[in-house]
Design a protein around this ligand. Sequence first.
Ligand code: GDP
Ligand code: MG
Length: 559
Amino acid sequence: MLDFFAIFSKGGIVLWYFQGAGVSESFAGPVNALIRSVILQERTGHSSFTHNALSLKYKLDNEFELVFVVGFQKILTLTYVDKFLDDVHLHFRDRYKNELEHKGDLKFLVNRFEFEDDFLRLLHEAEGESVTKPQKEMRTYYKSQKSQKTVKSMIETKGGDKGKEQTSKKNKNSPKPQQRKKKENREWDMQGTNPKVLDYSRTDGIGSHNNQGQDQEVSAESVRIKHWSFHRATKGGFGGMFGMLRGLVGSKTLSQRDMEPVLEKMKDHLIAKNVAADIASQLCDSVAKKLEGKVMGTFTTVASAVKQALQDSLVHILQPKRRVDILRDVLEAKAQRKPFVITFCGVNGVGKSTNLAKISYWLIENGFSVLIAACDTFRAGAVEQLRTHQRRLNSLHPPEQHGGRPAVQLFEKGYGKDAAGIAMEAITYARNQTFDVVLVDTAGRMQDNTPLMTALAKLIDVNTPDLVLFVGEALVGNEAVDQLVKFNQALADHSKSDRPRLIDGIVLTKFDTIDDKVGAAISMTYITGQPIVFVGTGQTYNDLRSLNARAVVNALMKA
Ligand SMILES: Nc1nc2c(ncn2[C@@H]2O[C@H](COP(=O)(O)OP(=O)(O)O)[C@@H](O)[C@H]2O)c(=O)[nH]1
Ligand SMILES: [Mg+2]
C-alpha cells in the first residue's frame, strides 16, 4: 500500500528507507520536491504534501534534526498513516537514541540503521488494525434500549415506582447501597518504618480508597508522574549530580504547550502588521513544528526562542529562492536576438501602468530600449496614460542619446480589441525593430471574474513572456492571499499548455503608504514562493526599489 518510507537528516543524509513492493520509481523526486518546497521554505505548518500522483506525509524530529516521510498513491485513503508515522518515529528514536545523541551529521554516516524488521512489524500492525476495526454500524431504533421501554415506564408519577427508583442528583455518582462500604479509618504510620505504607496511590489492597471518584483522581495523578519521569529519563541520561546541574542551568525541551501563549501573541502581532490571518497561523504552526522537542540553551526563554525562530523564518521566506536578475536576462535575450518580454497583471488600480513606466525608466537608464504594449484595451484613458509616460520618458532620455532613436515607444491598437493579439503583434514588432524589452500592460481584473481571467491566461499562454509579474498593493491584508491564489489558479486552469506559466515575480506597490504594516510582503511571497522583484515607493520614476528583507523583517518584529 505504501510507496515508500524514508528517514533522513535535515542535512539531507538518508538514514534508512523502505520502498514498497512493485514500486519502481525512485522516492528521490518526491522527497526532493518536499525538501525544496516545504522544508527549505519553512512551510512546515502542514504535515502533508502532494507531488504528482503521490501524497506525502511527514514529521519532523527537531531534537535529532530528522525528517520522517511516508509516500503513497494520492487516490488511496490510508487512515492509519498518521498514527503509523508517529509509531515509526517513536520507535526509531527509542531504538537508536544512543547513536542519535552524538553531535554532527557524521553520526548518520558512520551508523547503520538496520530498521527493516521493526518497520515491517509496525507496518503489519498498523495495516492489521485498520482492517480489523470494522465500522460500527448504527443501532436501529428497535435495537436501542429506548424501544424496550414501555410507555408506562416513561410516565413519571409523584411518589410512584419510578420516583422510588430514581436516585437523587446528589448521590448520582455514589455507589449502589449494597456496594457501599464504610470508609475504613486510615492508620497513619507516624514512625515511618515502612515506606510502602505511605504509598496511597495503589488502587488495590493497602492504601486504596473506596470512593470511586477519588480513585480516578489518584490514577490520573500517577499517570502524570509516570509521564513526567519518562520525559526526564529520555532527556537526562546522566542523572544524579549532572542531571541536577542540567536542571539548574535551565536546559529545557520545548513543548507545544510552552510555546502556545507566545505563539498566540506572535500571531496577533503579525496580523496587526497586515500579514494575512491564514498565513500568520501557518507561520506560527511552522515555527512550533520547527521548535517542538528542541532543547533550549541555557538562559533562553521560550519567548526569545520563538521570536528568534519566527524572525529566521520570515527572513527565509523573503529571501529569493531563485535568481532574479532582469538586466542579465535582458542581455542574454539580446544575445539571442530576441526581445525580453515582461507581462504585468493584477486587479484594478494597484499601480500596474505607473510601475511599468518606472520599470521602463530603470531599463532605459541601464541602456536598453523599451517597447510598451498597450494591452489594457478596456479602461478609458489607459492608452493615453501610457502615451503620456512614453512622451515624458523620451523627453528625459531624448533620442539623441540613443543613436537617434526614441528609447521608448508605445505599441497601441486603441480600445476593445483582443489583448492577446496586440501583445503578439507588439512582440513581433519589437523583434523586427530590435527592441530589447517589451513591457505588456494588461487591464485590471478581479480575481473572481472568470471570463477576464481566462483572457489573461490566454494572453500569457500564446505569448509565453519571459517574466509574469503580479502587481499588488502593499495595503492589502487578507485579500492578498485571495488575489494571488486565484490568479495563479486561473493561469493554471485556463492554460492549454502542459506546463502552464504561473506568476514568477511580484511588484509590491504603494509601499510608501503603509508605515510599518509590511505584512503583505510576507503573505505574497509565502503564497507564491516567488520573489518580490520590485517595490514601488511613490509616484515618480525614481520611486522603485528592490526589497530589503532584513528591513522588512525588522519592521514586522518591531512592537
Ligand atoms: N503612493 C503611491 N502611489 C502609487 C504607487 N504606484 C501607483 N500609485 C498610484 O496608484 C494609482 C493607480 O495606478 P495605475 O498605475 O493607474 O494602476 P493600474 O490600474 O493598476 O494600472 C495612481 O494614482 C498611481 O499614481 C506607489 O508606489 N506609491
Ligand atoms: Mg493601468
